[in-house]
Design a protein around this ligand. Structure first.
Ligand code: GLN
Length: 484
């Protein structure tokens, strides 16, 4: 692929070329469609492709009106686009068309973006590999035998493979950052409350956030500036001003204090460990200082998350009953009872992982176990939040690996839920604490699989994350590497 192929450009590069009319929105869409035709059969990043709809949007796009005018952005299959299928990669939502635009979609449209429905994902965002999808697994563009991460694996792989300029995903326990790391791109989970979730299909309402997956940090700042801000339709969105994240990137990082938590090195792949150590040296060279910090309760984060997230998921998924949404399996020529219909619909509509989560979540909320599990989980969550408050009082950002290993092979963990859950060990605490976290490419394994580093900051300090991430990116070349 030539370096000037429009599909390979970042948002900011493309905006410059569209504005000067060096390239037209039609040419961009045609280039993307040609790549999709060639690559989607192998990567399976898109649940569906509608060339006519994309061409119509390109034709209607004005290359100058709006911050994303003429820029094609793909959207995870759990974010509502008016009139489009929105299925969360689940059979139970087969055929469901969203009756309205999510607020983030409204904001993308307002800025002139071209929307590419819809990126593959783990069913209802349950997973870390995009293998739990009714559309089949997505593959990692760097190594087709590997997973792209999950649950926003389609979004991440689409950006890495240049079949989208950027993407939206959702992150409940790492689902933006871990696939970003596995695919060698940038991913941000904003602060809880920074971005409206109106129109995001709920997984765990106290943890879910929508965020950008992009080719570089500038694009991440760009997209966040568009989607962030309070929304009257989401009472959990916060009345906090949205700074100009792009302008903030140029601020100096000299003197920034980077908090380094003590981590037990077992469980971290040695190549990931080395890449993080090298990144620390880069930050020191940039004039940042390092401060040791402790996160004493982070060891309980995975257990706590799988209590709280499954509890909330079981209650959010109660609405899929065959009556109001999507698919209904009546059987018996409609002769069975209402309960039979519920049971058949849910049994056939939900995949194995969704059923596992509903069972776990119902159990931890049940009478007699609520105090022992859910309530205790909430208390440990408070302790984890306090760990971050304390650590971030002593430093500006905390540095962690995004994932304990590079991308694993397809099928490697799918039959071992615990191993799969443990791959979220470094991402989950940001959701429990509600703090923002950014994943940036920081190297490759000897097998050529990308590695990501993660920066976490105090609530609503995304601009610090982006500034530090940008300085690192400018000092390194990782983000310029592309899969063959
Ligand atoms: N991998 C985690 C899970 O399976 C996180 C998913 C997410 O962030 N949506 O729950």
């Amino acid at each position: 692929m030539s370096a000037t192929s429009p599909a390979s450009l970042t948002i900011h590069e493309l905006r410059t070329r569209l504005a000067s009319r060096a390239v037209s929105p039609q040419e961009v869409v045609d280039d993307l469609l040609a790549r999709m035709e060639r690559l989607n059969p192998r990567l399976n990043v898109y649940a569906a492709i509608d060339p006519d709809r994309l061409r119509q949007q390109a034709k209607a796009a004005s290359p100058i009106r709006g911050r994303l005018a003429g820029v094609p952005i793909t959207v995870k299959d759990n974010i509502c686009i008016d009139g489009e299928l929105t299925t969360c990669a689940s059979k139970i939502l087969a055929g469901f068309r969203a009756p309205y635009d999510a607020t983030v979609i409204h904001r993308l449209r307002r800025e002139g973006a071209i929307l590419i429905p819809r990126a593959n994902m783990d069913e209802f965002a349950f997973g870390s590999s995009t293998e739990n999808s009714t559309y089949g697994p997505t593959r990692n563009p760097w190594d087709l035998d590997c997973v792209p991460g999950g649950s926003s694996g389609g979004s991440a792989a689409a950006v890495a493979a240049d079949v989208a300029i950027a993407a939206l995903g959702s992150d409940t326990g790492g689902s933006i950052r871990q696939p970003a790391a596995f695919c060698g791109i940038v991913g941000l989970k904003p602060t809880y409350g920074r971005v409206s979730r109106y129109g995001l299909v709920a997984f765990a309402s106290s943890l879910d956030q929508i965020g950008p997956l992009t080719k570089d940090v500038t694009d991440c700042a760009w997209l966040l500036s568009v989607i962030a801000g309070q929304d009257p339709n989401d009472s959990t969105s916060a009345p906090v001003d949205v700074p100009d994240y792009v302008a903030g990137l140029q601020q100096p990082v000299k003197g920034i204090r980077i908090g380094l938590p003590e981590l037990s090195v077992e469980g971290i792949d040695p190549e990931v460990h080395r890449a993080i150590q090298d990144a620390i040296t880069v930050f020191q060279r940039l004039g940042c200082s390092t401060v040791p910090v402790t996160l004493p309760n982070i060891g309980s984060a995975v257990a706590t998350y799988y209590i709280i997230a499954t509890a909330e998921a079981s209650s959010n998924l109660a609405r899929y009953d065959g009556v109001r949404y999507g698919r209904r399996v009546s059987g018996d020529n409609g002769q069975g009872t209402l309960l039979d219909m519920y049971e058949r619909t849910r049994d056939q509509g939900f995949g194995a992982e969704a059923q596992r989560r509903i069972l776990l979540g119902t159990y931890v909320l049940s009478h007699g176990y609520y105090d022992a599990y859910y309530l205790k989980g909430m208390k440990v969550r408070t302790l984890i939040k306090r760990d971050f408050d304390d650590a971030l009082a002593r430093c500006d950002v905390v540095l962690l690996p995004t994932a304990p290993s590079p991308a694993f092979r397809l099928g490697e963990k799918i039959d071992d839920p615990l191993q799969m859950y443990l791959s979220d060990v470094f991402t989950i605490s940001a959701n429990l604490a509600g703090v923002p976290a950014l994943s940036v490419p920081c190297g490759f394994s000897s097998q050529g699989r990308p590695i990501g580093l993660q920066l976490l900051a105090a609530p609503f300090r995304e601009e610090v994350l982006l500034r530090v991430g940008y300085a690192y990116e400018q000092a390194t070349e990782w983000h310029r590497q592309q899969p063959e």
